[in-house]
Design a protein around this ligand. Structure first.
Ligand code: 5GP
Ligand code: ZN
Length: 112
């Protein structure tokens, strides 16, 4: 399958992996928007949040617990932001669902 993140998960494209288990792969974003900026992606190829089904409930919960664990490991004691961009209007540019985790600075709101 011609999917950038599937290739990263498989190791066909190199990445800075910071965590991996049976269900997810986490790696530093190539274009950091904060002192800490990594992505958590499920190993299952799911196109977007709009393609989630009931069977993915546990997976999505797991992703948030991985975000919490990695935030702690990165010293984000004052908080962090988890972002999912969904499809075109949501700003999604890679068609494999992923969750950004940003930290290390104060975030702005609302998003642009
Ligand atoms: P999106 O805009 O779809 O929410 O986020 C895609 C993210 O993937 C962007 O933040 C972008 O910098 C990151 N990205 C795109 N290509 C690569 C790559 O080859 N390696 C890594 N590590 N990140 C990538
Ligand atoms: Zn994929």
């Amino acid at each position: 399958m011609d999917c950038l993140f599937c290739k990263i998960i498989n190791g066909d494209i190199p990445s800075e992996c910071i965590y991996e288990d049976e269900f997810v792969y986490a790696f530093n974003d190539i274009d950091k928007q904060a002192p800490v900026h990594f992505l958590i992606v499920p190993k299952e190829h799911i196109k977007s949040a709009d393609d989630l089904e009931e069977k993915h409930n546990e997976l999505i919960g797991h992703i948030f617990l991985v975000a919490k664990k990695l935030a702690k490991e990165n010293g984000l004691v004052d908080g962090y932001r988890v972002v999912n961009n969904c499809k075109e209007d949501g700003g999604q540019t890679v068609g494999h669902i992923h969750f950004h985790v940003f930290g290390g600075r104060s975030m702005q709101w609302p998003p642009g």
